[in-house]
Design a protein around this ligand. Structure first.
Ligand SMILES: [Zn+2]
Length: 443
């Protein structure tokens, strides 16, 4: 027979089991990838926000004008995206006007947007940064769809040849999202992202955004990212993404850890020499580096004990979209001649925080061997005329002197014969003359 206590314990156990069951059911929902809205039968509603406008120019670095760039890209994105079925697309503004961030979010709310996508072009104070990045919300509800759509955008940009800087979050001091458009959209229950296509002030990115065609190419890539995310189909473009679903797995209850704001420097940065060629001025380093909170994206190196560093360089391997990054990288550096360097490497995470490595030194300066011209033997030609190149014309004066060499003996013989004849003629002439004298005297 059960006493009151045992019955109570049983009730308690059943209650725990029910709670666990409920948690598992909702957990299952949360763990699924973002719902592909087209499968619900309702049209997808996307609001594109061309960043800046009116008096708000955005970046004007290197002669660029961001508000015009974002408009060109937004219009191209609209043009492509509206060719897909089952989607409604709106722009927050078509004219050169400055809307507040709140007004943009309000517009998206009025349209009952499934997503608000704010388009931008970037520039950095140091002019050292390059590549594409996406900003998303801190909060799981908006963070996870943002992370998945952001991945779709960055995949397209990687395909175009751009360096990826990551999908990131930034908190405001009030605990909300730092970026206004994300904060205002979240306040209206709309997931949103900021797409920073590339850096206008860096040589690596310049060619991706310096013409209308390039800005429109970004718009086309942006449209494909959205179409892939929602699983859309376009008969007129001959594109069908309804069957694919390669979105990264997310858990709606938890943010993606490596996309969360990272305020600490990378944990590990250590180098050693793997191979050195003093004569080829080349060194291969093994870099051991890691950031347990986020990704590593770039490195730079110093040849003067850390006084100055090279420009940023992308790490040679790893995929920041999957988070599959090695702990070990091989870096090949080319060094100037005559150097006796001490090399230091610095690695950067997506928030541009860096960690400096140990220094490695070399036992001798880098110097290419001085190449002495090898003594070449004069080629021996059997025929002296072979010394002349076929095209080479014999100079006219030389031809005359060779001719004279042949004529000289002949001339000498002729001259001697002439002298003999002349002498003979003179003797005969003299004799005849004396005969005639004597003869006339006879008359
Ligand atoms: Zn901007």
């Amino acid at each position: 027979m059960l006493d009151r206590n045992t019955i109570f314990k049983h009730h308690q156990l059943i209650l725990y089991l029910v709670i666990l069951l409920l948690l598992m059911i909702t957990w299952g929902d949360y763990a699924a990838a973002a719902e592909r809205l087209q499968q619900t039968g309702n049209p997808v509603i996307v609001v594109i926000d061309p960043g800046h406008g009116g008096d708000n120019n955005g970046t004007t670095e290197s002669g660029f004008l961001e508000k015009e760039m974002t408009m060109a890209t937004a219009k191209s994105m609209y043009q492509t995206l509206t060719q897909f079925q089952n989607i409604e697309v709106y722009l927050t503004h078509w004219d050169d006007v400055d809307l507040s961030l709140k007004e943009r979010a309000v517009f998206a709310a009025e349209k009952k947007a499934d997503f608000l996508i704010s388009l931008h072009y970037n520039a950095s104070e140091s002019h050292q940064l390059f590549g594409s990045e996406v900003w998303i919300s801190l909060f799981p509800e908006f963070h996870n769809p943002g992370y998945q759509l952001g991945t779709c955008f960055l995949r397209e940009f990687r395909e175009m040849g751009l360096h990826l800087r990551g999908i990131k979050t930034k908190p405001h001091s009030n605990g909300k999202d730092y970026y206004g458009i994300i904060r205002e959209a979240a306040a209206r229950e709309i997931p949103s992202i900021i797409v920073e296509h590339c850096h206008v002030d860096h040589a690596s990115d310049n060619s991706f955004c310096d013409s209308v065609e390039e800005l429109e190419a970004f718009g086309y890539a942006d449209a494909l990212a959205v179409a892939k995310y929602f699983g859309l189909k376009s008969d007129s473009l001959g594109l069908d993404y309804s069957g694919e679903n390669s979105l990264p797995e997310v858990n709606a209850a938890h943010t993606v850890q490596r996309a969360m704001y990272d305020q600490t420097e990378p944990d590990l940065c250590n180098i050693e020499i793997k191979e050195v060629s003093y004569e080829e001025c080349r060194v291969t380093l093994v870099l051991n580096a890691r950031d347990s909170d986020s990704n590593l994206i770039d490195y730079a190196y110093s040849l003067d004990e850390g006084k100055s560093f090279s420009g940023r360089l992308p790490l040679p391997t790893g995929d920041i979209l999957t988070g599959e990054l090695p702990d070990t990288y091989e870096l090949e550096l080319s060094l100037s001649e005559g150097y006796f360097p001490s090399v230091i490497v610095k690695v950067f995470n997506p928030y541009d925080l860096s960690t400096v490595s140990n220094a490695v030194s070399f036992t001798q300066p880098f110097q290419r061997p001085i190449v002495e011209p090898e003594p070449t033997e004069e080629p021996v030609f059997e025929d002296a005329t072979a010394l002349l190149l076929p095209e080479e014309e014999e100079p006219t004066s030389d031809r005359i002197s060779i001719l004279l060499d042949y004529i000289k003996p002949v001339l000498a013989v002729v001259a001697i014969l002439f002298l003999i004849c002349l002498t003979g003629f003179l003797i005969l002439h003299k004799r005849n003359h004396s005969h005639r004298g004597r003869h006339s005297r006879r008359h």
